[in-house]
Write a protein that binds this ligand. Structure first.
Ligand code: ATP
Length: 298
């Protein structure tokens, strides 16, 4: 019995250590999500950017498991400083696009490039410094709310943290807490709502100020007033940045430079909101449905 207990106990200690020290998002993805084979090419240079870059997917093919292709030849470009939005049914491969851009995985065919540089040919550190992600579900560390916002730019001053929180419209909420910015959050502290967590993510991203932005919209519907407010904040964050929006609500995509409608790993329709409505196809159908359902998720 003791022979079993000791290793189990050791595992428990390791698990607690990992959980407590998990303050680096990249490390977390390494543990949870990222396959080991994604590594810097020998002697890879840093990504070179001057201003917001173009992001390009060229005939991208990808599968998590060989027997099940997920992306089957996806091509699109986000011009510098523009927003491209992706819509489509659950499982179509929308979030996979963001994972390939951030290089959690490598493509199996075609290429993904930023400012003409293949993401596989530059250092991961420089790539990830250039990209900000506002994810579906923001991870909060067991630390103060100030720390959680400053994570976007380690070393940021309290004044900079507050400024970002104001812009993300979460400052008043934080200031009203008894311990303000020193309030402990995360699973051992104050639990934040979905909308509040997204605002923390927006504040983090504002501090990081990356030239490329990925916004993976939460599937879980916020109430519509909250939703509209968050969209206004996001528009402000995305201004002038090259942005990929994975959208679950069509109201988010109306102003996009281009909307991609995906189904089963392929782009089945593309165009501006107005052009797609006029075309009367898949997107127009989704739009009509969502208007009838009062802005619920797709
Ligand atoms: P949703 O709107 O529900 O978020 P999505 O269009 O973003 O869906 P993806 O998350 O890109 O879909 O997933 C596409 C397909 O890939 C799904 O069928 C999913 O089950 C599969 N998939 C996603 N991640 C993995 C993984 N790590 N391993 C194996 N299959 C995966």
């Amino acid at each position: 019995m003791i022979q079993i207990y000791i290793p189990l106990n050791f595992l428990g200690v390791v698990y607690r250590e990992i959980k407590q020290n998990l303050t680096d998002l990249d490390k977390m993805f390494t543990l949870m999500d990222r396959p080991q084979e994604v590594a810097d090419a020998p002697g890879a240079p840093a990504l070179q950017l001057s201003g917001p870059p173009a992001v390009r997917f060229e005939d991208v093919r990808f599968a998590y498991e060989p027997a099940r292709p997920i992306l089957q030849g996806v091509s699109f470009e986000i011009p510098p400083g523009c927003t491209v939005a992706v819509v489509g049914p659950s499982g179509a491969g929308k979030s996979t696009l963001s994972r390939l851009l951030y290089r959690f995985y490598d493509v199996q065919g075609g290429r993904v490039s930023i400012a003409g540089q293949d993401v596989r040919g530059v250092t991961q550190q420089s790539l990830r410094r250039a990209i900000g992600i506002v994810p579906q579900d923001t991870v909060l560390f067991n630390d103060s709310i100030a720390y959680n916002i400053a994570y976007g730019r380690p070393g940021a001053s309290r004044a900079e943290v507050e400024q970002a929180a104001r812009a993300a419209r979460i400052h008043d909420f934080i200031a009203a807490l008894p311990q303000g910015y020193d309030t402990q959050v995360g699973e051992r502290g104050l639990k934040l709502s979905g909308g509040e967590k997204q605002r923390v993510a927006i504040a983090r991203t504002l501090l990081k100020d990356p030239p490329v932005l990925i916004f993976d919209e939460a599937t879980s519907a916020l109430d519509s007033a909250n939703e509209r407010a968050i969209q206004a904040e996001l528009r402000a964050v995305a201004a002038g940045k090259t942005t990929l929006v994975i959208a679950h609500r069509l109201s988010t995509v109306v102003d996009a430079h281009e909307i991609l409608v995906m189904d089963a790993g392929r782009i089945v329709e593309r165009g501006t909101h107005t052009a797609l409505l006029a075309a009367g196809g898949r997107y127009a159908g989704m739009w009509a449905l969502q208007q009838n359902n009062g802005e619920n998720g797709l």
